[in-house]
Design a protein around this ligand. Structure first.
Ligand code: FE2
Ligand code: FE2
Length: 274
């Protein structure tokens, strides 16, 4: 079976490109399961319930997030309400599982694909150059013990390449794939580790590349040059969709291939026109 994982969807340019490209990619490549990191989907900062529902409506099965998950208050309420009244959409949106105990929402999801294959998605966050959360390595151990699906994808949302690659080795042979998110820059190290886990350090952002990791480049430059705080605006130009396609055995969950994908809009779109 094939899994499509889409890197950090950033703002409207990222969302439009996902809407334009993902349904055809699913059809053309025979994708069985679609997962996307959506922590920057709402104008670069966080995710709203309506955007989550819109993305799930495109055929994305599960949305992961990261350090930006609480940027929009509505999402916190969406999670809290779902604790009392079960809401399938809210359950399919994850926040890192190693956040402090009692955080709203859930860190992993278990379900079945349209072709009835059990799968699980786990969202974890790194700790190097990031907030001091629970140990993601031990958190992964605990979650994997509770999961019965063989096809398991882990979104490891982290800053340091060293922590990410260490995490990949830690889970080699125990999950189908460990995909890195958060840095918004795709890395060229995709591979299947010796025990059958597909790995990439960072899938890259799905958003405007005429930017500094999604932000208007003049604003980011100003901050670097002056050291002064600046309000960040999401950029618009040069949208690209960054993703990976993972091929795995539906019974054992072992990965056999991982392929990097980078797509722009179709040619009939005028540059700069969303
Ligand atoms: Fe991000
Ligand atoms: Fe992030």
């Amino acid at each position: 079976m094939r899994i499509l994982f889409i890197g950090d969807i950033f703002g409207r340019p990222g969302r439009h490109l996902v809407a334009e490209r993902v349904p055809e990619l699913v059809k053309q490549r025979g994708i069985d399961l679609v997962i996307a990191n959506a922590e920057n989907a709402a104008a670069g900062f966080g995710l709203t319930p309506s955007i989550a529902i819109e993305l799930l409506g495109l055929g994305i099965d599960v949305l992961t997030t990261g350090n930006h998950v609480w940027d929009k208050r509505e999402l916190v309420e969406f999670f809290q309400q779902s604790e009392h009244n079960f809401n399938e959409n809210a359950r399919r949106v994850l926040r890192p599982a190693n956040f402090p105990a009692g955080s709203p929402g859930w860190g992993h999801f278990e379900g079945k694909t349209r072709r009835d294959v059990p799968f699980a998605v786990v969202n974890l966050q790194g700790r190097t150059f990031m907030a001091a959360n629970e140990d993601p390595f031990r958190a992964a151990d605990a979650i994997l013990k509770s999961i019965s699906a063989k096809v398991v994808l882990v979104d490891f949302h982290a800053e340091a390449t060293s922590e990410k690659v260490a995490f990949g080795w830690y889970l080699d042979g125990r999950v189908t794939a460990v995909v890195g998110t958060h840095t918004h820059i795709p890395t060229a190290d995709e591979r299947v580790l010796p025990k059958g886990t597909a790995y990439i350090t960072d899938v890259g952002m799905s958003g405007p590349y005429d930017s500094v990791i999604g932000v208007e480049k003049e604003l980011a430059l100003h901050r670097f040059l002056s050291g002064m705080p600046a309000r960040f605006e999401p950029a618009k130009g040069d949208p690209r969709l960054c993703a990976v396609i993972i091929e795995c055995d539906r019974d054992t969950g072992r990965a056999s291939a991982i392929e990097r994908v980078m797509l722009g809009p179709h040619e009939h779109h005028q540059p700069g026109k969303q």
